[in-house]
Design a protein around this ligand. Sequence first.
Ligand code: DX5
Ligand code: ZN
Length: 218
Amino acid sequence: MRKLSPSILSADFGILAEDVAAIEKGGADLIHVDVMDGHFVPNISFGAPVMKSLTGKTGLPFDVHLMIENPDNYLEDFVTPQTEYITVHEEACTHLNRTIQHIKSLGLKAGVSINPATSLSTLDYILEDVDMVLLMSVNPGFGGQKFIPSVLEKAKELADIKKVGGFNFEIEIDGGATLDNVQEIIDAGVEIVVAGSAIFKASDITETTRKFKEILER
Ligand code: DX5
Ligand code: ZN
């Protein structure tokens, strides 16, 4: 079953719980939590307290995307009964295997992400250890950017590697997904789609969530 993970980076933080209730009503599967530190990426978003303010206000699990340096120092902060995935960037981890094992030791699914210009080969020796691979389809740092089409080829290659190698990880894509390109994205083998601005900047958040889900479930 394919999953939709709306990114609250593009939500209205003044009415965050309402925006999240709207995606839940529309059938979202996860809440994508974009954490930015102003070092690994040129923007600062929010940290664990904002995510924790949603616990109990929604039944949806958290899909945490850490765009931060030294993620090991902060992993525990993101553990809640609703946290399902924590994803770190390959480019930000000097000891990636250790960080992935650290996330798993917290009882969570461990994801690894790569930027658009980072090769899949950087993941050769971690694929058997991760629960999810997140392919960035924009340069991380901001919502509302344009989808980088070369990532579709990368997703296809990764789906092949998964099939041939018999791996269990899920494939997620993040950045620039819209109702117009989501079909192509899933055709490339993507199983979890992140969408921020396309959902939270829409005039009807619930209806737009429903439309995304409709395509994902085809
Ligand atoms: C980019 C973030 C994405 C982004 C998605 O750094 O990781 O999750 O907010 O937003 P859209 O869908 O607007 O590109
Ligand atoms: Zn993200």
